[in-house]
Design a protein around this ligand. Structure first.
Ligand code: ZN
Length: 403
C-alpha cells in the first residue's frame, strides 16, 4: 500500500507561525535562552501542541520534554525524533524549531495516512541545547545521559551571575530534582534529529535533504588574561599591563594555528573587566571554540594555543569537549537508501543527537538545505519547499523505523 505522507504548506505555516514570534528581537534574530520567559513560553507551546495531538507529555529528570505516541514502558524502546527550541544570541529561526515543528507534523502525517506504529514514537524538545546562557552546549541531553555532572551544572552561572540552580527555581522547577535519567533514556531505541543545515553542503549538491554521518570533535575553552587596572590617561605606555593586547595577539594566533592544523577556531566571546573606556582593564576573559574532523588535530591546536596563553601570563580552562561522534553507520546507510540516495554529510555543529550517540543510542540526523549556509544568525534560512521535503523525508524514515 502506498500512502501519501505529504504535509501541506498551510499546515506547516500554521504550526510555524505559533513559534515564530517568540523571543524575536530587533535584529530579526531570536533570543530564546534556557529557562527564561521566552524559553518557558516555547515549552508551554510544545506541551500544548502535544496535548492537541493526544500525546503523553513527560519531563525527564534533566528537564527535557518528551511526548510519546504509544507507551514506551510497555512496548518500548521506541523511535524518538525532535530537536530543541532555544537559540544562541540573535540566532536564526530554524536552528532547533525546524526539527521540533517537522516532528509534530510527522506525527500528523503518519496518523492521517493510517500508520499504526508497532513501536512507540516520541517527540522530544531538548532543554538548553545551545548553551547560550550557562556556557555548556547540549546541557539537557548531557544531563540526561550523565555526561554532565549535576553538581557542576547547578553551579554554572550566566552573565548576570544567576546560577542554573536559581534559574531552574525561577522557572518553577526544583533544582534538587535535577539528575541523569536512565529510565527516560532507556525509552529511546533510536533517535533521528532533523535540523537545518549549517553549511553549504546541500547547496553545492543541489539536493534538499542530506543524512548526517558524524559530528566533528568540538570544545570550548576559557582563557583568562590578568592585567593591571590603571588610568588610561596618566599611565605611560611603558608602564602598562594591558591584557587587551594579549587578547588581540591570541585571537590572531588562534586563526593561524587553526589554519595550520586544518581545523576551525573562533574567539567570538570576550569579557573585559571593568569594561570602562578610560580604564586599563584588570582582566580580559576570552573564549576559544575549536572544532575539526580529526580530534588529534583539534587537541594539538588547543595545546599550542594553551602554550601561547601561558607565555603571556594567562590560564586556560576547558569548559567542554566532545570527541568526534560518528552516527550509526547502518542507520545512516538505511536512511540514505530510503531517501533515494540522499547525500551523506558530516557537520561541524554540535547537536543533542551527538550526545545520545555517545551514550550508545543508535542515532541519525537529517539536514535540510540552507540556501546561504549561514546559521546562528538572523540570515539563517530554509525555503518553504525544502522544509516540506524535510517533513516528508522524516516521515518516510520514521515509517520505516516503526515497521
Ligand atoms: Zn540546533
Amino acid at each position: 500500500m502506498t500512502v501519501s505522507m505529504t504535509v501541506s504548506a498551510a499546515e506547516f505555516d500554521r504550526l510555524w507561525a505559533q513559534v515564530e514570534p517568540v523571543g524575536r528581537v530587533a535584529s530579526g534574530g531570536y533570543r530564546r535562552f534556557a529557562w527564561t520567559r521566552e524559553d518557558l513560553a516555547l515549552r508551554e507551546w510544545f506541551a500544548a501542541a502535544c496535548a492537541e495531538r493526544g500525546l503523553d507529555l513527560t519531563v525527564d529528570l534533566a528537564g527535557n520534554q518528551w511526548a510519546w505516541w504509544g507507551n514506551p514502558d510497555d512496548a518500548g524502546p521506541g523511535v524518538a525524533i525532535g530537536s530543541h527550541l532555544d537559540s544562541v544570541p540573535d540566532g536564526g529561526a530554524f536552528d532547533g524549531p525546524l526539527g521540533v515543528v517537522s516532528s509534530l507534523l510527522v506525527v500528523d502525517s503518519l496518523r492521517r495516512s493510517g500508520v499504526r506504529p508497532t513501536r512507540p514514537l516520541g517527540v522530544v524538545n531538548f532543554a538548553d541545547e545551545e548553551g547560550a546562557r550557562f556556557g555548556v552546549a547540549c546541557g539537557g541531553s548531557r544531563l540526561l545521559t550523565g555526561a554532565l555532572a549535576v553538581g557542576r551544572a547547578l553551579a554554572l552561572r550566566d552573565d548576570q551571575g544567576t546560577s542554573l540552580a536559581e534559574a531552574l527555581r525561577g522557572a518553577g522547577r526544583e533544582p534538587e530534582d535535577l539528575a541523569a535519567d536512565r529510565l527516560a533514556l532507556g525509552r529511546v531505541g533510536c533517535f533521528v534529529e532533523l535540523h537545518v543545515e549549517q553549511g553549504r553542503g546541500l547547496v553545492d549538491l543541489g539536493r534538499p535533504v542530506a543524512v548526517g554521518t558524524a559530528i566533528w570533535g568540538h570544545g570550548r575553552w576559557r582563557f583568562e588574561l590578568p592585567g593591571e587596572a590603571n588610568h588610561a590617561g596618566t599611565t605611560r605606555l611603558a608602564d602598562r599591563r594591558d591584557p587587551t593586547l594579549a587578547h588581540a595577539t591570541l585571537v590572531l594566533r588562534a586563526r593561524e594555528l587553526a589554519q595550520r592544523h586544518g581545523i576551525v577556531a573562533t574567539c567570538a566571546k570576550v569579557r573585559v573587566d571593568p569594561n570602562g573606556v578610560n580604564a586599563i582593564p584588570s582582566l580580559v576573559t576570552g573564549w576559544l571554540d575549536a572544532r575539526g574532523d580529526d580530534d588529534t588535530a583539534v587537541r594539538a591546536m588547543v595545546a599550542e594555543f594553551t602554550q601561547a596563553v601561558a607565555e603571556v601570563g594567562g590560564t586556560v580552562t576547558e569548559e567542554s569537549w566532545t570527541d568526534r561522534t560518528p552516527f550509526d553507520v547502518g542507520l545512516a546507510t538505511r536512511l540514505s537508501e530510503a531517501l533515494d540516495g540522499a547525500p551523506c554529510l558530516p557537520t561541524g555543529a554540535g547537536h543533542d543527537a551527538g550526545i545520545l550517540a555517545n551514550a550508545g543510542v543508535p542515532t541519525a540526523m537529517l539536514f535540510v538545505r540552507n540556501p546561504t549556509g549561514v546559521s546562528h544568525s538572523p540570515a539563517e534560512y530554509a525555503e518553504p519547499e525544502d522544509c516540506l521535503a524535510g517533513v516528508r523525508e522524516l516521515a518516510r524514515v520514521v515509517k520505516g523505523l516503526l515497521g
